[in-house]
Design a protein. Structure first.
Length: 211
């Protein structure tokens, strides 16, 4: 093994781990490679247009909220199929409502799920633990044959897990049960958009077999 190969392996691990950590909590994803991104997009049950809009909504939201919240709170924005989940902590009820109103004004947003807490800002240790929990849950989904891991978005805030995605009722039940069994999880809240088994079959059918 060459010196470059010895250096490249740990470097690649760091890059991929960083990309995963950034994407786990609703931040704009890091593009690792065209083939990888294309594969993920193809297995995502949102339309390509919805995936693009979700990224744009997240970016616009973070810009807007810097003026609304500033240093007085910590807000994570997760947009999935044009519906926005707000998690984190804010100073008071007035700020909580102001954040939601600001998000509703963003073009393309079809709904806001305001799960912000009123209180002190979570510590770096708490947030790191949340990222770890999210990673464990996501890894569990990858190994579960009854689930399409790329169809479920996991968000964790102070040990509370929020699950988003377009899933069948059976998939939602399986996903919630698996998440609740992960160490450190205090509560699991399902925020899924449910689809029928027939809709799922239509999504997974070979392209030539679709009408």
């Amino acid at each position: 093994m060459t010196k470059w190969q010895r250096m490249a392996r740990p470097l690649a691990t760091v890059v991929l781990t960083g990309a995963l950590a950034a994407s786990l909590q609703g931040c704009v994803g890091v593009v690792v490679g065209g083939a990888v991104v294309g594969s993920l997009a193809a297995t995502d049950r949102r339309t390509l247009g919805a995936q693009t809009e979700d990224k744009e909504i997240a970016v616009k939201a973070n810009v807007r909220l810097s003026n609304v919240v500033g240093e007085a709170g910590h807000v994570d924005v997760t947009s999935y199929n044009r519906k926005v989940l707000l998690t984190g902590q804010v100073r008071d009820e007035q700020m909580k409502q102001a954040v939601a109103q600001e998000i509703k004004q963003i073009e393309g947003v079809q709904g806001v799920m305001n799960e912000l807490e009123i209180g002190g800002i979570s510590s770096f240790t708490s947030r790191s633990n949340d990222v770890l929990i999210t990673g464990k849950i996501s890894a569990t989904y990858i190994n579960e044959r009854e689930l399409n891991a790329n169809s479920i978005k996991v968000v964790t805030e102070r040990g509370v897990v929020y699950l988003l995605g377009r899933v069948t009722e059976h998939e939602g039940k399986v996903a919630a049960e698996l998440a609740s069994g992960v160490d450190g999880v205090n509560k699991v809240i399902k925020m899924f958009e449910y689809i029928s088994e027939d809709e799922l079959k239509g999504m997974t059918a070979p392209q030539g077999a679709r009408s």
